[in-house]
Design a protein around this ligand. Sequence first.
Ligand code: UDP
Ligand code: MG
Length: 325
Amino acid sequence: MSVPETSLVIPIYNELDNITPLFAALDAALQGLDFEVILVDDGSLDGTGEALDAGAARLGERYKVIHLQRNFGQTAAMQAGIDAARGEVIVTLDGDLQNDPGDVPMLVKALREQDMDVVAGWRKNRQDGLWLRKIPSRAANWLIGRLTGVRLHDYGCTLKAYRASVLKAIRLYGEMHRFIPAWLATQTYTNRIVEVPVRHHPRVAGKSKYGISRTSRVFVDLLFVKFFMRFNQRPMHFFGTLGLSFLVLGLLILGYLFGLKLFTGASIGGRPMLLIGILGVIAGIQWLSTGLVGEMLSRIYYESQGKKSYVVRRTVHLEPAERGA
Ligand code: UDP
Ligand code: MG
């Protein structure tokens, strides 16, 4: 089969009542586009998987389904779709019709015409709860922008278009699909990331899989993104410098005190300096070893790049090689 220009990646978990309208909306929106749609069934248990198979069989080869072995989470499901995507442009969107497939051609056009790496959807008129969703997400957007230097109004919007070569250079896990633009800032210039307003609809069928516990996990992931962007190559440089300074300081103090004892016979037992010296040595050794552990972890991180955060059970309209099996 020929390679399509645009790949749509849609993570889907227990969305049975949304599948028929989703296929209809995709079919209507994508007329005239050279595309493939990769629907990732994230271990659904309500018959969503069978509904996806039926839709793909009806609409043809351009609709592909990846069934994951269990529920791996939205981020891993997106990664599974991204790994299988062959287009030059990858568009991600939700499968519950809160994102409007009708916006896809506009995003793709903007990416191509403005020669961008990311065109991010901005839900200016977001149709979700105020207290549990909109306000935490405002705080998160502000914080992510401050910490990473990539300021967007709406990190959380799944509807985004990416240049595939850039998106495929990073690997997503945890809740990190929300920070993709920040991650991408380690691969490209931030002025190649733009935002355009998109439509957003209230959920009609099924329910949201997100609550406040997920929001808190997002914040913890964010700390890691920030740390990683800064010290991704050598964690040892951060902890090592800290540890070495404390160690040297502690040793100097202890050396001075021992010298005092040795040459003048003065009593050193009751001096606060002794405590400071000992603490300095202990803290120094601790930080040095933290740095070493960090180095080992970053090595493991890089060496495990080929490892997958999901397991595929079976696919429809995809060759084994295409789905990375
Ligand atoms: N989703 C998924 N795996 C999960 C949770 C969600 O694939 O473990 C999908 C879900 O079916 C939907 C998209 O991710 O297509 C966004 O989820 P949801 O609508 O629950 O998030 P919200 O719109 O409330 O932020
Ligand atoms: Mg939703």
